[in-house]
Design a protein around this ligand. Structure first.
Ligand code: AMP
Ligand code: MG
Length: 494
């Protein structure tokens, strides 16, 4: 059931602006997530109707009474590449509705690519087809991989062109769904412009919305909110690391309190394993490189703690100590989640104190051997491939250092002798953990270029295949890019 955004009715206007979204000349659905629509109990025929299009493109709800809110653009600040920007906000996005699902979840629907809002600063408020489809494809792939993420409900073209660096490109919108769009940057906005009362209001809203069980805890609930955020980020980033996902722009305004992956601008999955791999064209220093993501999440959480800590105790010193203690827990939480995840990838059920060293050694061997991260783990999961005498196909995946791989494999075999479950069961578990396919950057870019030219076949093929990333199939989509096919840079597309 659709209702007006709860955000607007629960929080004072300090946090948002009610807006009327400008009409788009000829809205047309390019991709519609019918499975998600069903979960949201939205009728697919209705979404295709004139009324449905008015909802998807402008947030017009058919039965809204005049007194209740229409779309809202939310206010937030943020550290962008380490620099604090006190006023960012939804400059091209708006919450259009809340949706209560059958199983009792309350979700937010947001349009990205609304046209100008009061937060647009110098931007045009628009989105384009490439980035909108990119978010649709990758966020849905993340969901299929079992990683917490915002979902994509629809991509629409607006019917006009938008000026970007490379010239005019089709204007588009993505309608996405999240448990909440509250970010670390939302708290930074409250702290910077309103002070402690506003931070408390936002914390109360977030708790009530996302973690209602905390309301029983009294004043302690604010410290619990920070602790949950710390745990969820540690677990989320560990999941990213397991699949080689590089977010690309882990600014505090893109770090969601819900623990969902938020904002798919320049993100990409790495092919060959490289701890310093980055794609984003603007990330010149590699601040958000693959291997730096765990530390960056902690950096973002520290910014959240700076906003929240005065709520922890009337005594400032005690309040700071509580915040510090909570933040100190991050490393262990991340380490624990990372180790559990990579143990699963290697099919290790038992625990051995040397596992961490073994896993680090495997990753180092992948790096020096220039192995494709996804394919190497997938092949290790194939029946017998790791243990039979002829493992030449696996060895070929380490062209940069086959000798090191031989030694590493011996270590793996030795470690497997500690495992009690049968090899077939272990391999099945590994195949359900190590994806056969991920949205590889060269495939994504090819699909988007074709879609911009009007041919969505590759986009839909990729999207369909990525719904079952662990299943065996003979579709050619698992191949790593040849050197000349690799695409090393992604762009925000704003
Ligand atoms: P994003 O890259 O979507 O996370 O956006 C970062 C900030 O820049 C947010 O405040 C956006 O609203 C704003 N922004 C990005 N692109 C545009 C645009 N085309 N017009 C207006 N604001 C934008
Ligand atoms: Mg953002």
């Amino acid at each position: 059931m659709l209702t007006t955004p709860h955000y607007a009715s629960s929080l004072p206007s300090f946090f948002h602006r009610n807006i009327t979204l400008p009409p788009t000349p000829a809205p047309r659905i390019v991709a519609l997530n019918t499975e998600l629509a069903q979960q949201l109990e939205l009728d697919v025929d209705w979404l295709h109707s004139a009324e449905g299009l008015a909802f998807l493109s402008r947030g017009i709800l058919p039965h809204r009474d005049e007194a209740s809110s229409g779309p809202v653009a939310t206010a937030y600040a943020g550290h962008q590449f380490g620099q604090f920007v006190p006023s960012l906000g939804d400059g091209r996005a708006a919450l259009i509705a809340d949706c209560q699902t059958k199983d009792g979840h309350q979700l937010e629907l947001q349009i990205k690519g609304t046209g100008p809002t009061p937060f647009s600063r110098h931007g045009d408020g628009r989105n384009t087809l490439g980035p909108a489809l990119r978010e649709y494809l990758i966020s849905e792939a993340m969901h299929a991989l079992g990683i917490p993420t915002t979902r994509a409900l629809a991509v629409l073209t607006t019917g006009d062109m938008v000026e970007r660096d490379k010239g005019p490109t089709p204007g588009a919108q993505i309608v996405r769904v999240a448990r909440s769009h509250v970010r670390v940057g939302s708290f930074q906005y409250a702290a910077a412009h309103g002070g402690l009362d506003h931070v408390r209001q936002l914390a109360d809203f977030t708790i009530q919305r996302l973690f209602p069980a905390l309301t029983n805890e009294g004043p302690e609930c604010y410290l619990s909110l920070l602790k949950i955020a710390i745990r969820q980020q540690a677990q989320l980033v560990a999941r990213w690391m397991e699949v080689g996902f590089i977010h690309g722009v882990m600014n505090t305004d893109n770090c969601a309190l819900s623990g969902e992956t938020l904002d798919y601008g320049p993100c990409a999955f790495m092919d060959r394993f490289d701890p310093m791999k980055r794609f984003s064209f603007i990330d010149k220093d590699g601040r958000y490189a693959y291997g730096r993501q765990p530390a960056l999440a902690l950096w973002n959480l520290s910014r959240l703690a700076e906003c929240l800590f005065p709520l922890f105790d009337d005594d400032e010193d005690k309040a700071i100590e509580k915040a510090q203690d909570a933040l100190q827990g991050y490393d262990q939480l991340f380490h624990h989640a990372w180790l559990a995840g990579f143990r699963r990838k290697l099919g290790l059920e038992e625990q051995d104190e040397h596992d961490i060293r073994l896993l680090e050694h495997i990753l180092e061997t992948m790096h020096t051997g220039q192995a494709d991260f996804t394919n190497a783990f997938r092949m290790l999961s194939s029946p017998d491939v790791a243990i039979r005498d002829d493992y030449s196909a696996l060895r070929e995946l380490f062209p940069g250092n086959k000798g090191h791989f031989d030694l590493c494999r011996t270590e793996i075999l030795h470690r497997l002798t500690l495992e009690k479950r049968p090899a077939e069961v272990r391999q099945q578990a590994m195949q359900a953990t190590n994806p056969r396919i991920i949205p590889r950057n060269h495939q994504v870019e090819a699909a988007l270029s074709q879609a911009i030219e009007g041919d969505c076949w590759l986009f839909h093929t990729l999207h369909d295949a990525l719904k079952t990333p662990f299943a065996e199939a003979n579709d050619g989509l698992a191949a790593a890019p040849k050197q000349e096919e690799e695409i090393h840079h992604t762009f925000c597309g704003t």
